[in-house]
Design a protein around this ligand. Structure first.
Ligand code: PSV
Ligand code: MN
Length: 430
């Protein structure tokens, strides 16, 4: 299958942009050559790059105040795969999707794997969900799940994660990601140590069920839904958990889940050092866990994260194999457009960080030449690599301008006819 969008439409929109594109690519190639960089090598890196799309990201999100549904929203995992297929077809840099259970529950996961393959999609980490009750659930996660004071509720949460491992096996997903909302709202509500110990005991049962080739990603988040204490609130708690559990457990960094002013790239460096960097949930934020589009607020920070990653790659850091995923909530944009924009911006940061003159940087650092070292990073960050990204897309059959091609395709209007409008304004993040 070529994908939900007409390849002819992509081809003709690319043709219209070709002369200007080749001019821009040539100019960038000459600029990079002067810096000792071969543009074809960089285009090759951009072509090999991929970030996973979250299935929940293609639906319109919301806040705890309201949700304003968009037209043609996906009704189930099958519609979501089609939307993810559009994103992959146009950007050619989102080869996997990261599903969320039970939101993406279906009867036959073998068939789902094949359905995804028809869109040229595979599966990245499966996310478990014990932060809300399933319809009909008789005992509640209201006061926590894996860290609940009650053994029957902890057991229910463990069972759900075991089910997710089975699903991941069938889908060929490489990891299970566990994020829990467990915590407290009032001091005294629970024992801070007791909750952590209960969490570790539950997670040990989950860990024991992992097949050899599956990783367990521990995702931390500072606060929300708990507002006084959160069990896995920071990378310290996440690291203790991962170290307690064993080598298959690693720490997932969601860019929105940190205290204000935290130096995220330094956390990344530390996790690489201890061989515990699981990977990322990319998004951007101004205030808290805003789940805004990647690089929409602070593209330099994203670049600095990638600078650490490329440096680790260049020196062959042991155990370095991060998973790259997006985790955003789209309240006021068409989610497909936001996800394509983010996929492009994340690839941009990756490519820009690949341009850092590492030898010159090491020399400047060895000499304590602060300004020279800083300028080396800035030269890479300020390089407009758009022609490289467009070339990588087009060489793989993608679009020169994915958002323009998507708009021209009329995909949203078409699916809006097939997918009945979602009414009501219930709140929630999904
Ligand atoms: C929690 O805020 C989180 O970042 C976790 O990754 C969840 O799985 C996801 O968002 C739910 O939207
Ligand atoms: Mn996340």
């Amino acid at each position: 299958m070529t994908g939900p969008i007409s390849q002819d439409l992509i081809g003709s929109s690319n043709d219209a942009a070709l002369v200007a594109h080749q001019d821009d690519l040539g100019a960038l190639g000459r600029q990079l050559a002067r810096r000792g960089i071969d543009i074809d090598t960089i285009v090759g890196r951009a072509m090999a790059w991929s970030v996973a799309v979250p299935t929940w990201g293609v639906g319109t999100g919301g806040t705890r105040f309201a949700r304003f549904p968009g037209k043609g929203e996906p009704r189930h995992i099958h519609d979501k795969l089609s939307d993810c297929g559009v994103i992959q077809q146009l950007t050619r840099g989102t080869r996997t999707v990261s599903p969320h259970i039970p939101w993406d529950k279906t009867a036959d996961y073998n068939a789902l794997r094949q359905e995804a393959a028809q869109y040229d999609l595979g599966f990245d980490a499966v996310n478990s969900n014990t932060f809300q009750d399933k319809p009909g659930q008789t005992i509640s996660y209201k006061f926590g799940s894996l860290a609940n004071a009650k053994a029957d509720i902890r057991a229910l949460a463990v069972d759900h994660n075991l089910e997710c491992i089975e699903i991941a096996k069938t889908l060929g997903a490489p990891a299970l990601t566990v994020w829990i909302g467990d915590g407290t709202n009032l001091p005294g509500q629970q024992s801070l140590s007791g909750m952590f110990e209960a969490y570790l005991q539950s997670m040990q049962q989950v860990y024991a069920a992992l097949p050899d080739n599956m990783a367990l990603f521990v995702e931390h988040k500072l606060y929300e839904p708990a507002f006084y204490s959160t069990v896995i609130s920071d990378w310290g708690s996440s690291l203790i958990a991962a170290q307690t559990l064993g080598p298959k457990a690693k720490c997932l960094v969601d860019l929105g889940h940190h205290a204000p002013c935290v130096n995220i790239e330094q956390i990344v460096a530390r996790l690489i050092h201890v061989e515990k960097l699981a990977g990322f949930h990319f998004n951007d934020s101004k205030y808290g866990d805003d789940d805004l589009d990647s690089a929409s607020i602070d593209p330099f920070r994203l670049f600095l994260v990638f600078n650490e990653l490329i440096e680790a790659e260049a020196r062959g850091a042991k155990g370095f194999n991060p998973a790259y995923m997006i985790d955003q909530s789209h309240n006021v944009t068409d989610p497909i457009e936001s996800l394509m924009s983010s996929a492009i911006e994340i690839a941009r940061a990756y490519v820009q960080a690949s341009l850092v003159d590492r030898k010159a940087l090491a020399e400047a650092q060895a000499e304590n030449d602060v300004m020279a070292a800083h300028r080396i990073l800035k030269v890479a960050f300020l390089t407009d690599v758009s022609p490289v990204l467009a070339e990588a897309r087009m060489r793989q059959g993608g679009a020169h301008d994915p958002i323009a091609a998507y708009r021209a395709s009329g995909y949203r209007a078409k699916v809006a006819q097939e997918r009945p409008e979602v009414t009501g304004t219930s709140s929630g993040i999904v």
